[in-house]
Design a protein. Structure first.
Length: 421
């Protein structure tokens, strides 16, 4: 008890000191604003890289300082080419930035299962590279990035062999609703707040025939001491069962080398406390850009690679090392510093060898009708290219749509029973 009181006193004194410093200077507030507007004074530049150019085997050396070694190697061997487009400036919405500036001084880390005093916005807008817990703060920023109230998309997932043949495919409809920590005029559901429900996501399988009609509602809680739960309906048995999410199980009943915690549209929905998070620094990199089209296409070797143009962007590099048994010994996340969407993920097998490249594509809302003018990155799909299996797994979001105003009742048991009749 005494130790806890001392810790609380130290925290209080530090916050008072920070607040007094802010009263005398606008520096912290200016730094917060700058974190949302990294391109205010101009887009990043790098010698030899210009918008409209194509990078391939012949000139891949120009991009060597800007790409992860594993990605550069695939460019050098002709696996794919990169078309460069101008850097997209897409800051979070004003209400999100305002919520950040009003509350970030009060937010703190706990033992790893949640964050304290969070009430909306970016929890930790100022990242100190010397902070031993900087990596943990960054992944909380990823989790609480600016998102719409609701989202719906029809996802097509397939597996492509080393000869370019689609050897399995499935389709489903996904709906997502955020229940708390919303900002501005957005709706926070009182019942979900009382239950500590952060997100509910429903999924209905549309194909193939052996999966058609299977439905799932997953609940993600604010506090990770409360395990994420599933309600699952099977048309074969016409029964519903309740369980908990196995975040490291493969998607599609093992059909795809994609973990449940990597599923779209989140791309990381695992337990933060199950990993050690190490911040490797921020730098200008060449990464998949915000797609200026209504639909994602693929090309390159065996049609494994998204054909979206790439951009020079400010990127945060973050290592995630599991604390316990896991299919991967490490994953390196390349996270957009402006929006906190993941752009690229490298995964390494238990022996430490490079095993898989994930390229995650979001769309520019100016080009996606379903965004309804909501200026947020729109999930468009991804490719998971397995070096170990010589196989790729692709996902395309058809007509992703924001602001559907789903009722909370659409994410309850009765919804499964109603639709499963």
């Amino acid at each position: 008890m005494i130790v806890q009181l001392v810790q609380q006193l130290i925290l209080a004194l530090s916050l008072v000191g920070y607040s007094l410093a802010w009263a005398d200077s606008s520096a912290p507030l200016d730094a917060v604003q700058a974190s949302f507007h990294p391109y205010k004074t101009g887009a990043p530049q790098h010698a030899g890289i210009t918008a409209g150019m194509t990078l391939d085997q012949s000139n891949s050396h120009l991009a060597a300082p800007l790409l992860p070694a594993e990605v550069l190697q695939r460019l050098q061997t002709g696996e794919f080419t990169i078309t460069v487009q101008e850097t997209t400036d897409l800051p979070p919405r004003v209400s999100y930035i305002t919520a950040t500036t009003e509350q970030f001084l009060n937010v703190s880390l706990d033992g790893g299962f949640r964050i304290n005093q969070y009430q909306g916005g970016r929890p930790f807008p100022l990242i100190d590279a010397t902070d031993p817990r900087a990596g943990e703060k960054i992944i909380w920023n990823v989790r609480y990035r600016d998102v719409p109230d609701t989202m719906e998309m029809r996802g097509i997932m397939d597996s492509v062999s080393s000869s370019g043949v689609v050897d399995r495919a499935s389709a489903g409809r996904m709906r997502v609703r955020y229940g708390m920590d919303r900002i501005g005029d957005e709706f926070n559901d009182p019942q979900w707040i009382a239950q500590g429900v952060r997100i509910k996501a429903s999924f209905e399988a549309l194909s193939p025939s052996d999966l058609e009609g299977n439905m799932r509602i997953t609940t993600y809680f604010e506090d990770e001491t409360h395990p994420f739960s599933d309600l699952i309906y099977s048309p074969q048995s016409r029964r519903t069962r309740k369980g908990y999410v196995n975040t490291t199980a493969r998607m599609g009943g093992g059909r795809y080398d994609i973990l449940q915690e990597e599923q779209p549209p989140f791309f990381f929905a695992g337990y933060i406390h199950e990993y050690n998070w190490t911040y490797k620094g921020q730098q200008v990199m060449l990464m998949p850009g915000l797609l200026r089209a209504e639909r994602l296409e693929f090309g390159g070797n065996n049609n494994w690679y998204p054909t979206t143009p790439w951009e020079l962007r400010q990127v945060l590099v973050l290592d995630a090392t599991p604390k316990g048994p896991h299919p991967y010994s490490k994953r390196t996340f390349y996270i957009d510093a402006q929006t906190y969407i993941p752009l690229c993920v490298l995964a390494y097998d238990p022996q430490g060898a490079f095993a898989r490249l994930a390229l995650i594509i979001h769309g520019n809302p100016d080009f996606v009708p379903g965004s309804y003018g909501i200026r947020l990155p729109v999930p468009m799909g991804a490719a998971w290219i397995s070096v170990a299996q010589n196989q790729a797994y692709r996902m395309v979001a058809h007509e992703p749509t924001f602001d559907q105003n789903f009722s909370p009742r659409r994410f309850e048991l009765m919804e499964l029973l109603r639709k499963g009749k």
